[in-house]
Design a protein around this ligand. Structure first.
Ligand code: SF4
Length: 490
């Protein structure tokens, strides 16, 4: 290659494990990854598509890393074979949105949409740092990087050189958002007492926007901006029905313009794919969501059966009220063989993740444990067969569905039918998880393990395992989910 470049689809993440430094290169177009050392990363930082091999070696030498030309050529050739290195300069990237820019992302006609937070819900963060040790990425806008470096200059010597504490969001060069290093499976800024050093040094506003706003999720449905929660942290589910906690929007906030400017507000699609060639308009979908909200109030002892029946009804008859209500109130029993193929696909994904990441993750890494438990839970469900385990926490499962609906989460999947089945599988796997966790020598003492469903959710979205549905054949394979790869808290 004449002027090689680390592809913009590659996300480099720094992991320090027992003091040893690894850079993990994630191919965000699939689940490929490669682990390289600090010297190799210095070479890749120079491989920006403008330099030839000699130029790359000179750039790495300025970073104090030396290598031979032949070594470099072989290294780049190996990454080229893996699809991570390409030739020439990258296309221009859109400007990075500054978290402090009040006009960022604010469409004028949407600015006065009223806010509709999830009714009756308040969040009680348990302060145990669960969300800071589950995700592969904590993303910071450039101004947030500057603030973190100023507040905690000694963190991995980041005050002196940002490249020691951060890696670019994508590609080889730091020219926009950046990601913190992970130390023994946790965000580098999480201290030994599981407290955020940035929060401690500068107050809550010093944290990156993604951390400040987590687990809130914002969706504009055309009439209002709904605020819900991602059910991906134990404290989100543990907050249900408990007194105290904080509201999802600040007191006095009435419209979208009152939200934190850094809040990412998704827009509910105008047209929602249902699967089997069907689609629904947004208004129809919103009525269906509202109907499910009403039906949930009737009580639902077995939500997976209902989700599976709703999926079939949506694919066969659309989102009609009568069909949806019938599917909910009189669900057909889960078809064991079909469900089994979904569970098996998820188990395979979890096993692949565990085998791949065990090479560079710390023994105490929560994501690694979660993948092992999910894989084992899938195997257990398959071995036991029907009937699947009943809900141990029906209120948490009902809240889970309510939060998903209010946050419009099902509408963003390519097909609603597949999204409903996927969520049914997650519930079943979460039900089987406590038996695996109980086998751990330390037991379920860690607060992160108190809500297995949250663990499943964080693993699937955060680490790209939700793409498992794409591994299923024919009918289901058409319903691919968002690309895997390291996701941040939001
Ligand atoms: S920066 Fe965010 S992820 Fe890191 S410790 Fe602070 S709150 Fe947690």
């Amino acid at each position: 290659m004449r002027r090689p470049r680390l592809g913009e689809h590659v996300a480099a993440r720094r992991h320090l494990v027992g003091g040893a430094e690894h850079i993990v290169l994630y191919d965000t177009r699939g689940d490929g990854a490669a682990c390289v050392g600090a010297r190799e990363w210095a070479l890749l930082q120079g491989a920006d598509g403008t330099r030839d091999l000699d130029g790359i070696l000179a750039a790495a030498a300025r970073r104090g890393r030396r290598a031979g030309k032949r070594q470099l050529a072989e290294f780049l050739a190996a990454l080229e074979t893996a699809g991570m290195v390409v030739e020439g300069r990258d296309p221009a990237r859109p400007p990075v949105r500054a978290a402090s820019d009040p006009a960022a992302g604010m469409a004028s006609e949407a600015a006065c949409r009223p806010l509709r937070p999830l009714e009756g819900y308040r969040l009680r963060c348990d302060g145990s740092g669960t969300c800071c040790r589950l995700y592969p990425t904590t993303l910071l806008a450039p101004v947030e990087v500057a603030r973190a470096r100023a507040l905690c200059p000694d963190m991995l010597s980041g005050g002196e050189d940002a490249e020691r504490a951060f890696t670019p969001e994508r590609g080889p060069t730091m020219r926009g958002a950046a990601c913190t290093a992970m130390v023994d499976g946790r965000c580098a800024y999480l201290d030994a007492n599981r407290l955020c050093l940035l929060h401690g040094a500068g107050g809550p506003q010093a944290k990156p926007a993604g951390c400040r706003l987590f687990p809130r999720v914002f969706v504009d449905d055309g009439e209002s901006v709904r605020i819900s929660v991602l059910p991906e942290c134990a404290c989100v589910l543990a907050s249900v029905g408990r007194p105290g906690g904080e509201p999802l929007v600040p007191a006095g906030a009435r419209t979208r313009a009152d939200l934190d400017p850094a809040a990412l507000v998704s827009v509910l699609p105008e047209r929602i794919g249902l699967g089997a060639g069907r689609a629904a308009q947004r208004a129809e979908y919103c009525r269906w969501e509202a109907l499910l909200g009403e039906l949930l109030r009737e009580g639902a002892p077995d939500i997976p059966d209902r989700l599976w029946s709703l999926a079939r009804a949506a694919e066969e008859a659309g989102l009609g009220e009568r069909e949806a209500a019938a599917a909910w109130r009189a669900p057909a029993p889960l078809a064991g063989e079909v469900v089994a193929s979904w569970i098996e696909a998820l188990g395979v994904r979890a096993g692949r993740f565990e085998r791949r990441d065990a090479k560079w993750r710390a023994a105490q890494d929560m994501a690694l444990h979660a993948a092992r438990w999910v894989g084992a839970a899938c195997a257990r469900l398959l071995a036991q067969g029907e009937p699947f385990p009943p809900a141990a926490a029906p209120a948490a499962e009902a809240f889970y569905l309510r939060a998903l609906l209010h946050g419009g989460r099902l509408a963003f999947a390519p097909a609603l039918g597949a999204a409903l089945r996927d969520r049914a599988v997650r519930l079943l796997v979460a039900r089987a998880l406590p038996a695996q966790i109980a086998r751990e020598p330390a037991g379920p003492a860690d607060p992160a393990l108190g809500q297995p469903l949250a663990l499943v959710e964080a693993l699937l979205r955060g680490h790209g395992l939700e793409d498992y549905a794409a591994d299923l054949s024919g009918r289901v394979a058409s319903a691919t989910f968002p690309l895997p790869g390291p996701a941040s808290k939001r």
